[in-house]
Design a protein around this ligand. Structure first.
Ligand SMILES: Cc1ncc(COP(=O)(O)O)c(C=O)c1O
Length: 293
């Protein structure tokens, strides 16, 4: 019998995993953790809920205040949705990487939307100015608030180790770096042998949610922590061609009627996830069992 939940908030996390098969590395067991099963369809639901709950717990977010933050798209969708559910107005500042589907989603859930700048930190600075000038805003500040990595530390890490106690490697992409920072910290404490692989956009490559740090995208304190501690073992620069190739292969598979990429058929395969998949294949020579976020 399916579990009964009180609210949609209870459906964040505990996402399922599915096999990812590819002829390139037939002997490696790669699993994809389907963060698209979160209510608004991305890993950012985890951080969003932690940021909102922390702001309520500390008294910063009270009825009458408007939730405010900057995002490249998925966090904005999550804020629009959970703000609506919890009864708080939401205003988001997104950069030019925002896709049309996300623009529609944000508007559908009634949030105010401004498009400003090419990278999230520009919107983040504008949010700070707005919040300093008008105290009806409650600025979430996903680029600096530690609730962001804490969400992955407390949920994603334990979920992965519960299902895969001897996972060799985990790959995921870095935007704010919150998800991989929290996850990497948990893994280093509880499963030090697990290799952590991050993906970043290569120079000139615009992928929402995946920073092009080589081109000067903002390095948050979480990314500093990942680099300096160091919490990750390797990092992979993803070119647009590599991120796009899974979609093309999926297309070819459909036209020939072969079932060579069965798992790819079963889930929505966003750009950020493709960068993580590229990263997992990049180091698939090493792990016997890897997971891609
Ligand atoms: C699907 C997806 N994966 C990964 C990331 C990167 O997450 P983080 O900001 O925690 O680095 C994002 C960021 O927007 C995302 O949307």
């Amino acid at each position: 019998m399916a579990a009964i939940h009180e609210t949609m908030l209870d459906l964040v996390g505990n996402t399922p995993m599915v096999r990812f098969r590819t002829d390139e590395v037939p002997d490696v067991r790669i699993l994809v953790k389907l963060e698209s099963f979160n209510p608004t369809g991305s890993i950012k639901d985890r951080a969003c809920l932690y940021l909102i709950r922390n702001a309520i717990r500390t008294g910063r977010l009270v009825p009458g205040k408007t939730i405010l933050d900057a995002s490249s798209g998925n966090m904005a969708c999550a804020l629009a949705y959970f703000g609506r559910i919890l009864g708080y107005p939401v205003h988001v500042i997104c950069n030019t990487k925002l896709t049309e589907d996300k623009r529609g989603f944000i508007r559908y859930f009634g949030a105010g939307l401004e498009v400003f700048g090419d990278i999230t930190v520009e919107g983040n600075r504008k949010c700070k100015e707005l919040a300093d000038a008008d105290d009806t805003y409650c600025f979430m500040d996903q680029l600096h608030d530690r609730s962001n990595p804490q969400a992955s530390y407390e949920t994603l890490g334990p979920e992965i180790l519960k299902d895969l106690p001897r996972v060799s490697a985990v790959a995921g992409s870095m935007g704010s770096g919150g998800s991989m920072c929290g996850l990497a910290r948990y893994m280093k404490e509880h499963s030090p042998a697990t290799m952590i692989i991050t993906s970043q956009a290569a120079s000139g490559t615009k992928i929402p949610g995946t920073g092009a740090f080589v081109d000067g995208d903002y390095v948050t304190p979480f990314i500093e922590e990942l680099r300096n501690t160091p919490l990750y073992d390797d990092t992979f620069l993803v070119e647009m061609a590599s991120a796009q190739r899974y979609t093309r292969l999926h297309g070819q598979t459909q036209s020939t009627g072969e079932l060579r990429w069965p798992s790819v058929r079963t889930f929505s395969w966003g750009m950020e996830s493709r960068t993580a998949a590229s990263a997992s294949l990049y180091r698939a020579d090493c792990p016997e069992e890897g997971i891609s976020l």
